[in-house]
Design a protein around this ligand. Structure first.
Ligand code: PMP
Length: 293
């Protein structure tokens, strides 16, 4: 991935993709003092850019550092980067981390680095698998309690668990993992939130130890606009058999039907398809609205 052609924005400058490098003594690498975002580009612009920018700055603050650029500066750089790389439909990865000036748990002397990269990325899950609904396997590792780390931060350290869970699921022939939390309640997938349907009502776990995703909020709004009742509540694995539909939401995953969790089967149907359509309309509408300004 590091040898392709293209441009990356690194610490205030546009550099060649291949030369966007960091030192091996980077604090972010050793101690996970690192936060990032995942943004999706539709017809050349990022959907809900300000919400993602705000979360990036909040995540950094929760990890006790400040991003040394104004939000507007970073957003302008994002727009220019998308243009320079000629991305129409794709993904943007902003990332901020502590540098290599100090190697110890104390890191006050480190410099804060920021980079932006983007690439074309039409679909997170294989489109054929998505049509049938992807398969999830309940993971062995669980989301830690909220007293263990700032769970609202999109911090790299949280993804150590996600990668372990994803690898385990893939090794067993599943597309992704269903992660429970430390209490054994249903939490989310490795990089997306989860929703279930029963008798026309949407059920989704209360985000009290995992990200309350930007897509999750958009989809809840879209559902309520359509008169679909949405219940956020503690959810348990022994309920998995009682639902008819299931889907994931995330910037990369968008609205993605789930066909199976372990041995429980779901049939993507009216509500899932309705919300997939509504989401697709919403992300494309914003671009249309801007074009009229
Ligand atoms: N949970 C996790 C662990 C994630 O990585 C993501 C993707 N950022 C989400 C949920 C969904 O968040 P969003 O809709 O803001 O992309």
């Amino acid at each position: 991935f590091d040898q392709r052609e293209g441009t990356i924005w690194l610490d205030g400058r546009f550099v060649e993709w291949k030369s966007a490098r960091i030192h091996v003594l980077t604090h972010g690498l050793h101690y996970a003092s690192c936060v990032y975002e995942g943004e999706r580009v539709y017809s050349g612009s990022v959907f809900r850019l300000r919400a993602h920018t705000d979360r990036l700055y909040r995540s950094a603050q929760m990890l006790d550092f400040a991003i040394p650029y104004a939000k507007e500066e970073l957003e302008a750089a994002t727009a220019e980067l998308i243009e320079r790389n000629e991305i129409v439909n794709g993904y943007v990865r902003p990332i901020a981390w502590r540098g290599s000036e100090q190697i110890s748990t104390s890191a006050r002397a480190t410099r804060i680095h920021v980079a932006l990269a983007c690439w074309s990325w039409p679909s997170y899950f294989d489109p054929a698998a998505k049509e049938k609904g992807i398969a999830l396997q309940t993971a062995k590792w669980r989301r830690p309690p909220p007293v263990s780390s700032p769970y609202e931060a999109k911090a790299s350290s949280h993804y150590m668990i996600a990668t372990l869970c994803k690898h385990q699921a893939e090794a067993n022939g599943f597309h992704d993992a269903l992660m429970l939390d430390w209490r054994g309640q249903i939490a989310e997938a490795t990089s997306a939130n989860i929703f279930f349907v029963r008798d026309g009502v949407l059920h989704t776990p209360t985000p009290d130890c995992f990200l309350d995703g930007i897509t999750r909020r958009t989809v809840i709004d879209l559902a309520r606009e359509r008169g679909i009742e949405v219940v956020e509540r503690p959810m348990f694995p022994d309920e998995l058999d009682s639902f008819s539909e299931c889907f994931l939401t995330g910037t990369a995953a968008e609205v993605c039907p789930v066909g199976r969790i372990d041995a429980h089967a779901y049939q993507p149907s009216t509500i899932t398809f309705d919300l997939m359509g509504a989401y697709s309309e919403r992300v494309n509408q914003v671009e249309g609205a801007l074009a009229h300004e």
